[in-house]
Design a protein around this ligand. Structure first.
Ligand code: FRU
Length: 465
């Protein structure tokens, strides 16, 4: 491994040792163990087919790499076991214990344009009694089970239980190039009946990927990843977006959403396809892919043998304004080691790129630089927060992202090798990005007025099997 590759290795962000990672899949806590599956292509950069990689943990910080859980193996998933979710059925196993059901899209490609012809999407299920071995694949939905006005793009089943019934959402692209969500229902989580769809009032992108439902404090939020939004100055700055519609009523009573209410979940360069789940403590936890499809910047510079990682697990809560806040789960605090005060008027030099920096009681404008390469600045006058790269090598093609922010009270910056996650105002706004530091020490420059500023050295040993 070169010195640069070593410097970019993450300690507490899940990443493959070699090969490709995209969406988090099948997130759940099962018999006490957290399971994080993900879209994996171990043959990358050589062409390959997507399967599900598998990490497991008892505490969300020390992880085991369990290798590939699902690979294409039947005609209905021959070109990829695409994204999907997990459902834990309490008492659903033959011995009366819980049963894990995993749902995913089997991708099949033929000759054709792969949009209107030349592709099949099948929804497939496997079950597991131990979280380690998986049953035979069962095909639950085939192309003839979808409405007839769609393209061949239907995928990413998200399954949940509500009031004794099971529901499945699928992301879809209509034949008129408008994205929407299909909803199915079931009494046994195996046989599914079409129930309807959720659309936006006006077209909002040509495809909605990876739908999810967040149900918190009596409110429902529909999470989707719309593709094809025109980029604007302080919104839709990435190739594709990941965000949510706060719903005025239950998701089950929703047919139409107001697209003007769509809120982005993360304003950084590298965040897409988030998935949520409830853990056994009833926390709503979100993990996103720290990557972006079809971006013109790279996440594997200098011949790096692995591409992309996941965000830390984030607990989701509802803020005073009814919008969602995200915050690293408290288990991440347990990785904090040696602490060092940071002078808010100057900054600090830290020994390496594994740090958690917290600023509380911020007043007025702020400037925070990392290695003179990545600059974060808040201007109360302009009402915006910006994250800008000023060093091309560290940026690997990334430039600047801005977001409207009226005031800034606190800031938390998680740095982990080649990742930065920035949480503003206790997670009301988040920016996640990859970066590729060019030096070993971390130079933090700061011009701010705040009550407290502190940094911690971060431990953690993400498995890199
Ligand atoms: C989102 C996505 C999903 C699909 C998967 C394939 O990034 O395009 O819609 O299931 O990736 O890897």
């Amino acid at each position: 491994m070169t010195a640069a590759h070593e410097r970019w290795t993450t300690r507490y962000h899940l990443a493959p040792h070699t090969g490709w990672l995209n969406d988090p899949n099948g997130l759940c806590q099962f018999h006490g163990t957290y399971h994080v599956f993900y879209q994996a292509d171990p043959s990358w950069p050589a062409p390959g087919k997507k399967g599900w990689g598998h990490f497991a943990s008892r505490d969300l910080v020390s992880w085991e790499d369990l290798g590939e859980a699902l690979v294409p193996s039947i005609p209905e998933d021959k070109d990829g076991a695409y994204s999907g979710s997990a459902l834990v059925v309490h008492g659903g196993a033959p011995d009366g214990r819980d049963l894990m059901r995993l749902y995913y899209t089997g991708n099949v490609k033929y000759e054709g344009d792969h949009i209107h012809t030349g592709r099949d999407a099948n929804e497939v299920m496997v079950t597991s009694e131990d979280g380690l071995s998986f049953s035979e694949k069962q095909v639950l939905l085939r192309p003839e089970d979808y409405p007839s006005d769609l393209t061949r793009h239907v995928r990413d089943p998200f399954v949940w239980e509500q009031d004794g019934c099971y529901y499945m959402m699928l992301g879809a692209r209509r034949a008129d190039d408008v994205g929407d969500v299909l909803l199915y229902e079931s009494t046994d989580a195996v046989a599914w009946t079409y129930r309807g769809r959720i659309e936006s009032e006006r077209p909002f992108g040509y495809m909605w990927e990876c739908p999810n439902v967040i149900q918190l404090d009596g409110h429902d939020y529909l999470v989707v990843c719309p593709q094809g939004l025109p980029s604007g100055e302080a919104r839709w700055q990435n190739v594709y977006q990941a965000g949510y519609f706060p719903l005025p009523q239950s998701v089950l009573d929703t047919q139409v959403v107001d697209e003007s209410c769509f809120v982005e979940l993360d304003y950084g360069f590298d965040f897409y396809a988030p998935q949520v789940f409830r853990d056994e403590r009833d926390r709503c936890i979100l993990i996103g892919w720290m990557g972006m499809p079809d971006a013109d910047y790279t996440s594997a510079p200098d011949g790096l043998a692995w591409c992309h990682c996941l965000t830390v697990p984030r607990e989701v809560s509802v803020g005073k304004d009814g919008l969602l806040c995200q915050w690293p789960v408290t288990e991440i605090d347990g990785l904090r080691g040696f602490s060092q005060p940071v002078d808010p008027a100057v900054g600090a030099i830290l020994p390496h790129h594994y740090a958690d920096i917290e600023l509380e009681g911020i007043e007025g404008d702020l400037e925070l630089g990392l290695d003179g390469a990545l600059e974060l600045s808040f201007s109360a006058g302009a009402g915006q927060l910006s994250m800008a790269f000023v060093d091309e090598r560290a940026a690997a093609g990334r430039t600047e992202r801005i977001l409207p922010l009226e005031s800034l009270h606190d800031l938390r910056v998680l740095i982990d090798g080649s990742t930065v996650e920035i949480y503003a105002n206790h997670g009301a706004a988040v920016l996640s990005t990859r970066w590729f530091p060019t030096v070993d020490t971390l130079l933090v420059t700061m011009h701010a007025t705040c009550e407290r500023a502190c940094s911690w050295e971060m431990g953690g040993e993400a498995p890199r099997a």
